[in-house]
Design a protein around this ligand. Structure first.
Ligand code: SF4
Length: 695
């Protein structure tokens, strides 16, 4: 509920939804927010906002908020409200009991993009220092982990290359597997403004998203490929650029690794990578691929923006590297208006990755096996760190199934609703002896928990979020935590109960520790953010005062840019007689991810259920009427949704969102995943869709 009234005072804070990271002025009366006004000096949004950030903050005071810690011995028992001390001490004693019985590695934890940088840092520190293992992961596992891997391999750092403002200098914009109008609306507006000024647009997407043929902009080329064939397309685009002499030779010679260039250019020049050869795989006409490649290579400043339609595939990491290859070959990295720009989905998914919440990396993307780096953290933290990478989320779940993983600390992440193959997730959680969930609502994962620790919303704590352009902005406490403590304080309590002391008085002290231990954050401080509004990492003695707007300007972070061969391999998820359609998933403007926040706001009036989008041909063939219920079956499971018959789908492909738990979209997604990072293949599931007969 939006409370209108006269504001008495205000604080600047950052939106807790998508990776655009819009700045807002929270206007308050006493301790209550009365209005969220987009901040005109916010660098990411310059006074603009969308309906999520502007209106959907009422969940913070929703009646469903749980404000008392709770425990239960078994998930079949009722919850019992207890004091903070009892809940924390019980969780700590259970974790220690499990480690004594099953070994040190039998527990782990998950952090989330809902958390601030400081909170994420503390969770991975708790797991490494207090649990004594590296079994820490984050929700980036299920979204942009391939970005981290792919850009790290090719450019040397795991982040986007540009600012959002850079799009104002782009002459050609290529959008791959992203729907910014729904998922990154404020950036989409900026992009559309540039398109209206005359920039050209190439869209690579299985669906006809609104950028393709919308009211304000139309794509020059839409490569409407079949789900799962991204890598074939990117190799074909590269084939045209290499074989038609469209390469930026001087750039490649000066900036890129010669051996990798020779191997990659020979690979993409092969006839089997030609647009004509891959048409049968992708369904995209060869002449469209050729025209798009020519435009990208010769149209001036060319910028690529991509989303989860790139990463959430069995070859997600391969595709990210394919995009980086294309940008390097055409000299489109290292200046305004170009670059490779992952549109990070969540408010702080970039930060969650930066803060070392992957099992193989310490903060700042430094491998846990690096003894020099490890020794710096060991000295600061007063512990000996395990040099072996820990378990990723899917490994933790598999280990739970095998009886080897028995306890988990899960902060701000609803893995039951958000991870694929729900049945596999829930049976793993049921095999655990102590699941501790820290969240603002009793989410789907909490149904399997033994300890519930009430979380705090972004309005109840201080900290920072890092958006998709590496911009670190302040989150400011505008009302007291409803349960008494902010999330960083709860993690600190748990660490202390485990016998590992943490004594921070304020998140600024945590940031000071991050800065001291992380070269790319060396120049970051609350004082500097307060002074400038935001800073962008890398921010240190080698950068400008406010950090780095454009990366890889004179050279790549890794030195020479490295081309990597991207051989297309068909996904195992193939259509069959039993499952003849391919399902892909995505988001809608008014809702956000699993909907825990937006479903509890006025936004639900615009979209209150997930729908199954299907082409009229496929619908007619099955006797499916618009608005009628249909059953969707995959080899993982089945669910029922209402049909939405639309020409925006291509025949043979269906689509749904996953914002509502009752839809069970992830009951049907399988546990196929990216070969390098285990990011789930949400974007390709072979299904059958049949009408549900009225009874
Ligand atoms: Fe929030 Fe993203 Fe909307 Fe900005 S574009 S208001 S960050 S949801």
């Amino acid at each position: 509920v939006i409370m209108l009234g006269q504001a008495e005072h205000s604080k600047i804070t950052t939106c807790a939804y998508c990776g655009v990271g819009c700045g807002f002025k929270a206007e308050m009366k006493g301790n209550q927010v009365v209005r969220m006004v987009p901040w005109k000096d916010g660098k990411a949004n310059e006074g603009h906002s969308c309906i999520k950030g502007r209106f959907a903050w009422g969940y913070a005071t929703h009646k469903d908020r749980v404000t008392k810690p709770m425990i239960r011995k078994s998930i079949h028992e009722a919850w019992r409200e207890v004091s903070w001390d009892e809940a924390i001490n019980y969780a700590a004693s259970e974790f220690r009991r499990i480690q004594a019985k099953y070994g040190k590695d039998a527990i782990g934890g998950i952090t989330s993009s809902r958390c601030t940088n400081e909170e994420t840092y503390l969770v991975q520190k708790l797991i490494r220092a207090a649990f004594g293992n590296n079994n820490v992961d984050t929700c980036a596992r299920v979204c942009h982990s391939p970005t981290g891997y792919g850009l790290g391999q090719t450019f040397g750092t795991s982040a986007g290359t540009q600012t959002f403002k850079s799009v104002e200098h782009a002459d050609v914009i290529m959008v791959i597997g992203a729907n910014p109008s729904d998922a990154h609306p404020v950036f989409a507006s900026r992009m559309k403004k540039r398109l209206r000024q005359g920039a050209k647009l190439i869209v690579i997407d299985p669906r006809q998203i609104d950028l393709v043929d919308g009211p304000h902009v139309k794509a020059d080329y839409h490569l409407q490929l079949k789900p799962g064939t991204n890598v074939a397309i990117i190799s074909a685009l590269a084939h045209v650029i290499v074989t038609e002499g469209l390469v930026a030779d001087a750039y490649v010679q000066e900036r890129c690794d010669d051996k990798s260039w020779r191997e990659w250019s020979a690979f993409v020049a092969r006839p089997d990578n030609s647009p004509e050869a891959i048409t049968a795989i992708t369904g995209v006409p060869a002449e469209t691929v050729r025209a798009a490649a020519r435009l990208y290579a010769t149209g001036g400043n060319a910028a690529i923006y991509y989303g989860l339609g790139v990463t959430e595939h069995a070859q997600g990491s391969t595709m990210v590297m394919g995009i980086a290859n294309l940008a390097m070959a055409t000299g489109n990295v290292g200046r305004e208006g170009v670059g490779v720009n992952p549109l990070r989905g969540q408010n702080n998914v970039q930060g969650a990755c930066d803060m070392g919440s992957f099992p193989h990396e310490l903060p700042g993307y430094r491998h846990i096996s690096d003894s020099t780096v490890r020794s710096q953290f060991e000295a600061a933290w007063g512990v000996t760190l395990n040099p072996e990478p820990g378990l990723r989320i899917p490994n933790m779940l598999d280990a739970a199934h095998a009886g080897e993983f028995k306890g988990m600390y899960c902060e701000g992440e609803d893995i039951v609703q958000s991870d694929p193959n729900t049945q596999h997730v829930t049976s793993a959680l049921m095999a655990m002896e102590c699941l501790v969930v820290q969240d603002i609502f009793l989410n789907e994962t909490a149904k399997y928990a033994h300890v519930f620790l009430p979380g705090s919303s972004f309005l109840e704590k201080d900290g920072t979020f890092t958006n998709a352009e590496r911009r670190i902005s302040r989150v400011r406490k505008v009302m007291p935590p409803k349960a008494g403590y902010a999330d960083w304080e709860v993690t600190m309590k748990l660490a202390n109960a485990l016998g590992y002391p943490m004594q921070y008085q304020h998140p600024s002290e945590i940031m000071a520790e991050i800065a001291a231990l992380t070269p790319s954050f060396r120049g970051v401080s609350y004082e500097k953010i307060d002074q400038h509004g935001s800073v962008q990492w890398p921010c240190n003695e080698n950068t400008e005062e406010t950090g780095t707007a454009i990366m890889h300007v004179d050279k790549f972070v890794r030195g020479k840019g490295r081309f990597i061969i991207t051989q297309y391999v068909a996904t195992d998820e193939k259509v069959t007689r039993k499952f003849p359609l391919l399902l892909t998933t995505g988001r809608i403007l008014s809702q956000y991810n699993v909907g825990a926040q937006t479903r509890r706001t006025e936004n639900s009036q615009w979209h209150h259920e997930d729908r199954l989008h299907i082409h009229p041909h496929d619908a007619e063939e099955r006797g499916i009427q618009h608005d009628a219920f249909v059953k969707i079956e995959s080899r993982a499971g089945d669910t029922v949704l209402r049909a939405f018959v639309t020409q925006t789908m291509q025949p043979g492909v269906v689509y749904t969102t996953f914002h509502f738990p009752e839809s069970g979209a992830n009951v049907i997604t399988t546990d196929n995943s990216d070969w390098a990072t285990n990011c789930p293949e949400y974007k390709v599931t072979a299904v059958q869709v049949l009408p549900v007969m009225a009874t």
